[in-house]
Ligand binder design. Structure first.
Ligand code: G3P
Ligand code: MG
Length: 343
């Protein structure tokens, strides 16, 4: 019975810990699996000494696709089920904004995928930059607009419509066009093309960004500019053109709102897997980017594990944002070490 007590205690501890995984640089590189990631997830999905599920969620600054499509793709790559109920990408919490804004400009991403994301979030009237170019090509003088793009755009008379807010969901594929359109709208009277606001602050529509990463690792030997770089460019341009600072809201790691949202997701995921609607006390964030995963986790009081399979390539620990639980060669080592500590 002593053995039974011990395993009862361990089961309790297993339900009192949870993991939040970054995706890029921890579990995958683009579409390529990091093999230790698969094993780590198998262990958490029940292949452990207790035969119990250890709660875990995915918390990524990735973007540009609907959650269901991305989870399906990730389940295949990771060889483990990834449910949309345990998955947060950069724009997932922005779903809540659909209650406040009716007509929105959605910027970024490949083709029309971000229009689909916004539709899935319940936004009623979604405009993408191509709809505006199809209406008035002179808005973006250097843009070459293909027949295919024209065929999938939804032009209207935008001089008769107010756009309520701008949502940058994913990386811009055409900085020149997107920045021009965004600046036009920010300078306009309440989001109407063809107008210029008398008061640039009170008549300015709000702008939201799904994440703030300056750089993102890619196939190229040096990291490439990401949404944060686009935003900084836009802020500087707006300030130079109007003399006023651009107020904006940024989602994603390391912003507080995203971690609060993560707590809610962990709590309801606990309910799904263990029938207990409670937030585990010991949460471990496993990430590769000190400036996003680690600083955010540290500020939120999580145990942070920095892995060497992604952005971080430094020495013993990151100098500016050291991981509180340690630095690990890969995600499997981080998971095993955390489990040894808790169980
Ligand atoms: O920088 C954008 C994205 O690729 C980062 O993804 O999973 O590392 O947060 P992740
Ligand atoms: Mg990462």
């Amino acid at each position: 019975s002593q053995i039974q007590d011990l395993s009862g205690e361990k089961v309790k501890s297993a339900k009192n810990m949870a993991f939040a995984f970054d995706i890029d640089g921890v579990l995958v590189h683009g579409d390529r699996l990091i093999p230790e990631g698969k094993r780590a997830l198998e262990i958490l999905n029940g292949d452990n000494e207790l035969g119990i599920k250890i709660p875990h969620i995915f918390l990524t600054n990735g973007s540009g696709k609907r959650e269901d499509a991305r989870c399906e793709q990730l389940s295949k790559i990771l060889g483990n089920p990834v449910s949309i109920d345990q998955f947060i990408q950069s724009h997932t919490p922005m779903r809540a904004l659909s209650e406040y804004y009716s007509t929105v400009l959605v910027v970024g991403g490949e083709g029309y995928k971000c229009r689909e994301v916004a539709e899935a979030y319940g936004f009623k009237d979604i405009v993408v930059p191509n709809d505006i170019i199809a209406w008035d090509p002179t808005i973006a003088p250097f843009r070459v607009f293909t027949d295919e793009e024209r065929a999938t755009s939804r032009p209207r008379d935008f001089s008769k419509i107010n756009i309520d807010a701008i949502m940058v969901f994913s990386d811009s594929r055409d900085y020149a066009t997107d920045m021009q359109i965004i600046v036009d709208l920010l300078k306009s009277e309440n989001g109407r093309f063809g107008t210029v606001a008398k008061d640039p602050v009170s008549q300015r529509i709000p702008i939201y960004f799904s994440q703030g990463d300056l750089l993102c690792p890619s196939e190229h030997p040096f990291p490439r500019m990401s949404q944060g770089a686009f935003r900084i460019g836009l802020e500087a341009m707006y300030k130079a053109l109007t003399g006023v600072d651009l107020e904006r809201v940024v989602y994603g790691k390391p912003e507080l709102a995203t971690y609060k949202y993560a707590d809610e997701v962990i709590t309801s995921w606990m309910e799904q897997i263990h029938n207990e609607e409670k937030l585990p006390e010991n949460i471990y964030m496993v990430g590769d980017n000190p400036a996003s995963d680690i600083i955010g986790g540290n500020m939120y009081g999580w145990n942070t594990c920095l892995v060497r399979t992604g952005v971080f390539q430094g020495g013993d620990n990151d100098e500016n944002n050291p991981a509180s639980f340690g630095v690990f060669v890969n995600v499997l080592e981080a998971v095993k070490t955390a489990m040894r500590k808790e169980l």
